[in-house]
Design a protein around this ligand. Structure first.
Ligand SMILES: Nc1nc2c(c(=O)[nH]1)N[C@H]1C(S)=C(S)[C@@H](COP(=O)(O)OP(=O)(O)OC[C@H]3O[C@@H](n4cnc5c(=O)[nH]c(N)nc54)[C@H](O)[C@@H]3O)O[C@H]1N2
Ligand SMILES: Nc1nc2c(c(=O)[nH]1)N[C@H]1C(S)=C(S)[C@@H](COP(=O)(O)OP(=O)(O)OC[C@H]3O[C@@H](n4cnc5c(=O)[nH]c(N)nc54)[C@H](O)[C@@H]3O)O[C@H]1N2
Ligand SMILES: [Mo]
Length: 751
């Protein structure tokens, strides 16, 4: 027995830090798992955990139900390609599964080259080193992909952080690294004004940000500005709730900058010494006076000015930017404008402001890349070499994936080369991330061999999987969790195995076993512990996995104002890792890649301003995908306790709008536009503008029996809001897609 494993009340208690699965971003919430006779009895929050202090979300509270769910797949299974879509799976051994993979990989490599194999990752889970490492190191292909059109989750935010800030993802300072005293630590200063922009951190707890910390800060006096087309907890408790038209954020941010510049509210010392392009930006923001932007955004001029003043006068102020930043075609420009707002008041890397990570571009998403030959690297879809079809250097320079829309083009057209095999690990492509999902479904069905590593028979696996590899939850494996994947490490926790279920394996076990078979030289580790110690060394040099387990978690040494202390740059000199060593609010690289070096506003492609004629038929602005407490994307629909809380896909409509359409609360409705439609249930909500509709994403119905043993595609496409989002409607740099800025009509459906 040990500090993290002991006996209590007739059970073995295993203390651990959560990650995935079930899906979750790396906050590393603290849990105590109670195990009896090898079975998980209950999961509770660990009050000693320095960040979460015992709090847990409903998805972890339902962990037992999730783990032992009768629909969970716990053995490897195969199915003949001609039986795709049918319930015709056969149980096999891991050895047979690996043999099948080895045979197919060898054949496809010989006939088409390794680039014909591509891998698909999903979001935020415990997988952002595993899938690239399998793709590059084991399968030998450069095509590691995340097929969310326009890389519209973190893509724009991370690109801006990489290119213009030269640092890891910036985040609000919520004192996570001061374990004992937290907000009372002498080095910390409470954020005076916090802008929550296009994010709902209580529901989402995105990527290492423990959203509930914002509530603690609010209780201590932090004032809130909420920028959201829907009323949320934050808007309700805000000094200003800026209820903007979805998709117009860049205009709003530029107008706030306009006020800050013209009223001389900016930090002169910071902007003059640490910003490249400040004078040019000052000129650019003159194009966005609050009067004009009020018309664009629907936010009254007085509110824009008032919010800009409140934020600029705060000491410190901070901004939490959410997914709404990325899910629009000009997401990069909006992220750029937001970064300018973060910088201009001198809030960068100050206590209570916006802290930035170390300049660690050698992120785990590149593991295994060096084992590819330069010729193979050059074939990545979207790469600047031209050998991977259309070039998207802004995507492929900062990120190790291919451009996300390109695999569909390659599958449909064979250009720049055909794709033949997919390796899907932690994604449910046709239920959740893809735009135009029915096209992706058809394309996957044309491939020779599809491997799916998951926990449940997802619609994607059911539709086109040939081999199913069952994976472990976090309760069934050893690992490490690091906030922001290590790019802004405030906390590193140990994930400790408590139980074994069926023949499920951790994704990393699959990585090591398959890696050893396919390319042993890239996978020298004999045991998982050896591998984990190597992994941990990247974050906390010199610490072994055993030591981390004993401590339960570790907090790296923290420094503020790193750019002034030689700590932000690889060479020990002051400044940022950019060509100018300053924050590039004018980014020369963007000009080189054919875009504007300064932030600007662009109307969404379909909008009241751009397509007024289409609006006659589709009169509403559509935003999608605000998070639910009980689901992580397409997961958990089968977990009864959670589904009871949220039984149906919800579309929010203003009560007056609903009345004019003859729609009542709880009616089934169709949400439709020129690209497709989705059936959801109406929820009348006065916290949304009369001209705006919000629909949920990632819905499917695991409870519906397959008809005649066939998997019914209507199950996954019936309510899928991405039927309404077109393929490859993206920004010039290859980032951003209008998941949160489309148009639609709504009308009553049959029940
Ligand atoms: N319209 C609209 N669409 C959206 C969004 C939106 O806001 N609006 N949001 C988008 C965003 S931000 C994202 S990131 C994408 C997400 O897209 P995906 O990540 O593809 O989401 P899921 O459909 O949840 O698929 C994840 C699958 O991985 C499995 N899984 C969970 N944990 C693990 C694990 O540790 N290992 C393995 N092997 N499998 C695991 C789950 O069971 C599930 O089947 O969706 C996007 N789709
Ligand atoms: N429970 C749960 N947690 C999750 C996930 C999940 O599926 N379930 N998914 C995870 C993933 S992958 C991600 S990326 C994060 C995302 O989490 P967040 O960044 O919090 O993003 P969302 O919940 O999609 O949207 C946040 C807010 O943006 C608003 N919004 C919609 N359109 C616009 C717009 O045009 N402009 C502005 N300013 N606001 C807009 C919505 O009304 C919503 O309140 O959550 C992660 N955490
Ligand atoms: Mo995401």
């Amino acid at each position: 027995m040990s500090s993290w494993k002991y006996e209590e009340d007739g059970c073995t208690v295993v203390e651990t830090c959560a990650w995935s699965p079930p899906g979750d971003h790396p906050v590393g919430c603290g849990l105590k798992l109670y195990v009896k006779n090898g079975e998980l009895v209950k999961a509770i929050g660990n009050p000693e955990h320095p960040i979460t202090n015992g709090r847990l979300c409903p998805r972890c509270l339902a962990l037992r139900e999730y783990i032992y769910h009768p629909q969970r797949v716990i053995y490897p299974m195969k199915r003949a390609p001609e039986d795709r879509g049918k319930d015709a799976w056969t149980r096999i051994s891991w050895a047979e599964a690996y043999d099948l993979i080895e045979e197919n990989v060898a054949r496809i490599k010989k006939e088409y080259g390794a680039e014909a194999i591509f891998s698909v990752i999903g979001t935020g889970r415990d997988m952002w080193h595993t899938v690239p490492f399998i793709t590059f190191g084991a399968l030998g292909s450069p095509n590691f992909t995340y097929i969310h059109s326009g890389w519209s989750c973190y893509g724009p935010r991370c690109a801006i952080s990489a290119y213009t800030l030269g640092a890891g993802y910036p985040e609000v300072d919520y004192a996570a690294m001061f374990q004992d005293k937290r907000y009372d630590h002498p080095d910390y200063k409470l954020t005076e004004v916090l802008v929550v922009w296009g994010k709902e951190p209580l529901k989402s707890n995105a990527d290492g940000l423990f959203g509930h910390a914002f509530v603690d800060m609010m209780k201590r006096g932090t004032k809130i500005i909420s920028v959201d087309p829907r009323l949320t907890y934050w808007g309700k408790n805000a000094e200003y709730w800026l209820q903007l038209r979805p998709g117009t954020d860049a205009a709003l941010a530029l107008a706030m900058l306009n006020v800050i510049v013209n009223e001389d509210l900016y930090d002169h010392e910071f902007c003059e010494n640490w910003v490249f392009g400040w004078d040019e930006l000052k000129e650019r923001v003159q194009e966005y006076p609050p009067e004009k932007v009020a018309e664009i955004t629907w936010v009254p001029k007085e509110q824009i000015i008032g919010a800009a003043r409140l934020y600029a006068n705060a000491n410190p102020g901070s901004i939490s930017w959410g997914l709404a930043t990325d899910q629009k075609c000009n997401g990069v420009q909006f992220a750029h404008a937001l970064l300018a707002l973060m910088c201009c008041c001198g809030n960068i890397d100050v206590p209570g402001g916006i802290i930035v990570g170390a300049p660690s571009f050698a992120a785990p998403m590149w593991w295994g890349w060096d084992s590819l030959s330069p010729e193979m690297q050059a074939k990545r879809l979207g790469s600047d070499s031209g050998m991977g079809g259309d070039r998207y250097p802004a995507v492929t320079t900062a990120i190790s994936t291919a451009q996300p829309d390109m695999p569909l083009d390659a599958m449909e057209t064979g250009y720049p080369y055909p794709l033949k095999m997919s390796w899907i690990m932690s994604s449910n492509p046709i239920a959740c991330p893809t735009a135009a999902p029915q096209r992706w479904d058809k394309a996957f069905k044309k491939l020779d061999f599809n491997v799916v590593c998951d926990l449940f028979m997802t619609p994607s696996a059911a539709s086109f999987g040939d081999l199913f590899l069952p994976v472990s939850t976090f309760a069934e494996k050893d690992g490490i969790v690091n906030t922001h994947y290590g790019s802004l490490s405030m906390f590193t926790g140990a994930i400790n195995k408590a139980i074994q279920v069926g023949e499920c394996k951790a994704d990393d076990e699959i990585l090591l076993e398959l890696g050893k078979r396919l390319n042993p030289s890239a996978f020298p580790w004999e045991t998982m512990d050896e591998f984990l110690t190597w992994e941990l060394d990247q974050y906390i040099p010199g610490m072994s996995i055993e030591e981390l387990r004993d401590k339960k978690w570790a907090v790296p040494e923290w420094n503020y104002l790193k750019y002034r202390n030689g700590l932000q740059n690889f060479d020990g000199q002051d400044g940022f890792v950019t060509a100018s060593r300053k924050i590039e609010l004018m980014e020369p690289l963007f000009a080189e890649w054919g875009d504007d070096p300064l932030p600007y506003y662009e109307e969404p492609p379909y909008s009241p301003v751009n397509t007024p004629n289409l609006m006659k038929e589709y009169p509403f602005v559509l935003t999608t995908g605000a998070r639910s407490w009980v689901f992580f994307h397409s997961e958990q629909r089968h977990v009864d306790t959670l589904r009871e809380i949220h039984p149906d896909p919800i579309t929010e409509i203003h009560p007056e709008t609903a009345q004019t359409l003859g729609i009542k609360n709880g009616d089934w409705i169709w949400v439709e536009n020129q690209f497709g439609k989705a059936k959801q249930r109406a929820k009348l909500f006065s916290g949304i503008d009369r001209r705006v509709i919000h629909s949920e994403h990632a819905w499917w119905y695991p409870e519906r029996p397959a008809v005649d043993g066939e998997f019914g595609p209507e199950d996954v496409f019936l309510s899928n809001i991405n039927n309404l989002v077109p393929h490859k409607l993206i920004g010039k740099l290859g980032f951003g897609s209008p998941y949160k800025a489309m148009i639609c009509k709504v009308y009553k459906a049959e029940d």
